[in-house]
Write a protein of this length. Structure first.
Lengths: 347, 347
């Protein structure tokens, strides 16, 4: 209604703590919680305050969602696939192998029922979840040696997060869970053979090119991973409707802002990485096809055994087919032409 | 500051009129003004009200920016290239031929100084301007006959908006300015030979496939056109800081939302169009190259004569080169692989 309510109802003072899964050094992805905080604070004259805390300040980064569900914090900023061990359905809120790219994932979430479908599941976990960032297609990671065939993958010890490890295992890779700060020494010593992190701008900070120079692409397990704001469900329900709407608007803006920031920073970073020794390599068609088949095998198992996974994955799959059909027309032909001009030195 | 101001300052009642350049029938692009309106109204308990008006309700669609600059309305929702006849610098706020795609344009605007650079120019026109939507790469339009060579373009009468006409003229096309509702009868009678509109979802409403079945792509003059909110500068300056911040946040969310909506609707629309007679055709490499060279000729003239154009265009060009370099790596290789699976019926 248009009637002006009393001040206490209009802009109540609310202070929430947000546990991030990321260190402050990742200004891109950690920065998403800061952007949301700034947008909410400014729009409410300082009355709706969200305080971001880096991984480890309140809870470890990989327990952020548990802390929000338990009410230890009111919300967290995290990636849903970190929790796939609880139930692989979690991963569908972020990214699974060979799924949608960033634009596809956003279209599905905002306009094809994705947000509601995900919240049917997340509400049962005590959480209300909204997109709060995207990195774009990630890189495939850093390898100490070249990987040319599926055979070369066998026995490779690779630091890889989330659901992708389950697919890579089928090809003989030995997935390792290693925190960001420990990856470099592990690669240097040869305790591991490879590691994926994010993309050029974030990877550059860790200096992997010095110890594992072969930089593979694409990160087929993260075509457009969503970073999420996960709010404790009871806290969400207690929020005045105006603040709920403002939160959704600010989260949608934050979601866009993170991708915009990555897109502004990655191009210069890839050039610096190559100048300092990174050797870019595409995964071979043979490897890509084998990974795709392995992923489909994993999906088949889950569809057969997990109805919640199947319901959401069926919705993503239906759109995936249409999305990568239409993307072949105007978008791909424009981009391809522009890339050819770029290669020919005409831009 | 965190001190709570008095209610009159916190959520002042403000009602603004927004002149859209679009008819209500375009729920995608006209809908952007409705989305902004909803976000602002809900976040302020109904106190910050923006009333959208369709093209023609207050002023004709192509005079929306003039009405906002003059203060006839407080703001408009329009495409900056409509006004390139005043000064081609306007077009850089929307799209120019062979420039950035949607992700590139957003990265440049939000994180590489684009918004500020554009407002240096737009403030002199009495306007404060923010992105408020994007359509993605548009289609190249509907042709009554196939166009295979540059020679085939000579003498073609084509309905085409904005700056692109100036480039097409160099190749012998005769650009025509025709309002949306008049395009179909003009094509049917043969008064014109071709017409570009937007993309599959919007084009479908006008039924062009019945009278001009050859549907070309890509719309190289609109790789990622920004739809803009243009606010009267004095009105913008009078807005309380909290409302200015909220407006920017809601506009950034709206900007993302429009592209998400297009991306959710275009895939199904292209399938229906093809089923009802549209014949998809890519512009030939010969035509694309000739258009690219013609565009570069036009840019050369403008760089030499228009310092404001040159300053902004130099900034876009510098990023365009980096953007289409990095896009070749992870994004393109992931999308290409997924499109191949789509074509092979594996998605």
């Amino acid at each position: 209604t248009l009637a002006a309510p009393a001040i206490a109802q209009s802009l109540p003072k609310i202070t929430w703590r947000c546990a991030s899964s990321f260190p402050k050094s990742l200004d891109t992805i950690y920065g998403g919680a800061e952007v949301l905080s700034k947008y909410l604070k400014e729009a409410t004259d300082g009355n709706f305050v969200i305080q971001p805390f880096a991984a480890g300040e309140i809870v470890p980064g990989l327990q952020a969602a548990d802390a929000a569900a338990a009410g230890t914090v009111e919300l967290c900023h995290t990636v849903a696939y970190y929790y796939w061990g609880k139930d692989p359905t979690w991963a569908l809120g972020a990214a699974v192998p060979f799924a949608l790219n960033a634009r596809g994932m956003n279209a599905w979430q905002y306009h094809l029922g994705g947000i509601d479908l995900l919240n049917e599941f997340f509400n049962k976990q005590g959480l209300q979840v909204y997109p709060g960032g995207n990195t774009g297609v990630q890189m495939g990671g850093w390898f100490r040696k070249e990987i040319k065939t599926v055979e070369d993958l066998k026995g490779i010890k690779m630091r890889v997060g989330g659901f992708a490890g389950k697919v890579l295992e089928k090809l003989g890779v030995v997935p390792q869970q290693i925190a960001g700060g420990d990856i470099y020494p592990s690669l240097e010593k040869g305790t591991i053979d490879a590691a994926e992190w994010v993309g050029p701008y974030d990877d550059e900070k860790l200096g992997f090119q010095k110890v594992a120079p072969f930089y593979y692409y694409p990160g087929w397990w993260e075509g457009g991973p969503t970073v999420s704001f996960m709010v404790n469900k009871a806290k969400w329900d207690s929020l005045p409707p105006a603040y709920q709407s403002l939160f959704r608007t600010a989260a949608q803006a934050t979601d866009a802002d993170m991708l915009q920031k990555y897109d502004s920073l990655n191009p210069a970073a890839i050039k610096r990485l190559v100048a300092s020794g990174a050797q870019l390599r595409p995964f071979s068609p043979e490897i890509m096809s084998a990974c795709f088949e392995a992923a489909n095998g994993v999906y088949g198992e889950m569809e057969a055994t997990n109805p919640e996974f199947k319901k959401i994955w069926d919705s993503i799959k239906a759109f995936r087919n249409e999305h990568f059909l239409y993307a072949q027309v105007a978008e791909y032909s424009f981009d391809t032409f522009m890339m050819i001009q770029q290669r020919n030195g005409k831009l």
